[in-house]
Design a protein around this ligand. Structure first.
Ligand code: GAP
Length: 467
């Protein structure tokens, strides 16, 4: 535990250490000294991440009638990124205004000859004027602020360049026409995708907050222009509902209206959903009104018509787009930080993760009271086998004493522990075939029949997407 921890507000170091110790998240390529901006998810991390993604898919896609999923290729024709503005915006040598930090293509800034204090022009020296704030900047070496990873599609040196996608949105726009032609949806409708994205961040930092390899859950929701405000509001509300469903408290989530001059080139309105991380209030998710920028740009770039024909009115137009975009890794971090708890239990301090059963990587632990009593082990195995058929995300643990096992499960956020003891075997005949069911948050153990215990675990995750 770090010195800067308070009761329910862990430091980042505490979460990093717990994540590593318990098999949630490991630094990437660690035995070779790591690779900045990359992390690997371990057994519990994968399970948590899958539960987070499944919950998103359930709420943003399956529970709606107007959403369609895709899983597009990460590698795409480079023309996709030319049309979207990412190659121009991400790849050219850029120069940064020292005052407002806006970046410009180095070959497009307005330069002026530099003068000394008495107004005499200095030979071969120039200044440039920032178009955004008017500041006069000294000419500096342009820098590559290239955020896209570039590779080649083919073995030879002159094979065409391709990029690892910097956002999953590109793959969604590439499938807009496929969805229209194959599923014939009526407007408004949306396309959703979960997948990896890659950004060559200048300074990856803060654990899984700023990564070079990340995962996104994105929706592009196609609408008539006049419907944009209503649709924007609808998705804003759903993002709050999702936050609540995964245990992010409303008080830790803040909306930030992004000023026009700070918005991405395609956006006419953006809200950042910010979260209170230990390193400050920073972006968790984004919601943007992308207008018809992308479809118009891809129509122009490809020469293929990407308009929508309204069958009722026979009107043909380019749909506008609302885009809720959620980073999976930042969500995992916010969920871990939100779930962290410390309390005093029977005189001893304990740490636990108060995951909802929906998100808990392990729903229940099944355990014989003693490992060296074959009859207990056999009975516990029976219970484990029956429960596992219904609830696959359970764990067997017979290591160390029962108190230590409970603490271990608390620390990974397991909501229930079922213990098989001598009463289960009928030491007190009236208690035969009963077990104790321990609740994580209260640590209260209740004796009940095996059937009731199994039902309690099952009931707690009813309706939860497990796969
Ligand atoms: N398609 C829109 C888009 O990509 P963005 O604000 O650049 O918008 C969306 O990214 C979300 O992706 C962010 O809100 C964040 O959750 C996540 N994200 C972006 N860059 C990230 C990075 N370097 N590491 C981890 N997550 C990142």
């Amino acid at each position: 535990m770090s010195m800067s921890d308070t009761q329910n507000n862990p430091s980042l170091e505490t979460i990093i250490s717990l994540a590593k110790r318990r098999g949630f998240v490991f630094p990437g390529s660690e035995i070779y000294g790591g690779l900045a901006g990359t992390y690997d998810y371990g057994p519990l991390g994968v399970a948590l991440k899958n539960n987070i993604k499944n919950m998103w898919w359930r709420m943003f896609v399956e529970l709606r009638d107007d959403m369609y999923g895709v899983d597009a290729a990460i590698l795409m024709n480079s023309k996709v990124w030319e049309a979207s503005g990412h190659i121009a915006g991400f790849s050219d040598p850029l120069i940064e205004c020292e005052k407002c930090k806006h970046r410009f293509r180095a070959d497009q800034v307005q330069t002026k000859p530099k003068k000394d204090e008495s107004g005499i022009v200095l030979e071969n020296e120039e200044v440039w004027i920032c178009e955004h704030c008017g500041t006069k900047n000294e000419m500096a070496e342009p820098r590559q602020f290239n955020m896209m990873f570039k590779t080649r599609a083919g073995a030879s040196e002159d094979a065409p360049a391709v990029y690892l996608r910097p956002e999953t949105a590109g793959g969604i726009f590439m499938n807009y026409k496929n969805i229209i032609d194959s599923v014939h949806p009526k407007l408004p409708f949306g396309i959703a995708q979960i997948g990896k994205a890659f950004r060559n961040e200048i300074a990856p930092r803060d654990f899984i907050f700023r990564l070079r390899e990340l995962e996104q859950m994105e929706v592009e929701y196609f609408i008539k222009q006049e419907e944009w405000e209503r649709a924007f509001e609808q998705w804003r509300v759903l993002m709050h509902e999702y936050a609540q469903a995964i245990g992010i408290k409303g008080s830790a989530l803040h909306e930030l209206e992004i000023l026009p001059e700070d918005r991405a080139h395609y956006s006419e309105r953006t809200i950042d959903f910010e979260f209170d991380y230990p390193f400050g209030r920073k972006e968790l998710w984004g919601l943007a009104y992308r207008t018809d920028f992308d479809l118009s740009a891809h129509e122009k770039g490809s020469g293929v018509e990407l308009k929508y024909l309204d069958e009722a009115t026979k009107e043909k137009f380019t749909p506008h787009v609302i885009e809720p975009s959620l980073g999976v890794d930042r969500t995992v971090l916010a969920v871990l930080l939100s779930a962290y708890r410390k309390d005093d239990l029977g005189g001893g301090e304990r740490t636990y993760l108060a995951f909802s059963p929906a998100l808990a990587p392990v729903k229940a632990m099944v355990s014989p009271l003693l490992k060296n009593k074959p009859e207990l082990v056999e009975k516990a195995r029976e219970v484990y086998t029956v429960l596992k058929k219904d609830v696959p995300q359970i764990m067997w643990d017979d290591n160390g004493n029962i108190g230590k096992r409970y603490r271990r499960q608390d620390e990974i956020g397991t909501p229930f522990c079922i213990t098989i003891d001598f009463d289960t075997l009928g030491e007190k005949p009236e208690l035969k075939d009963t077990v104790t069911l321990r609740q994580r948050d209260t640590a209260v153990q209740t004796r009940m029949s095996i059937t009731e215990a199994i039902l309690s675990v099952r009931e707690s995750i009813r309706g939860i997407p497990l796969t």
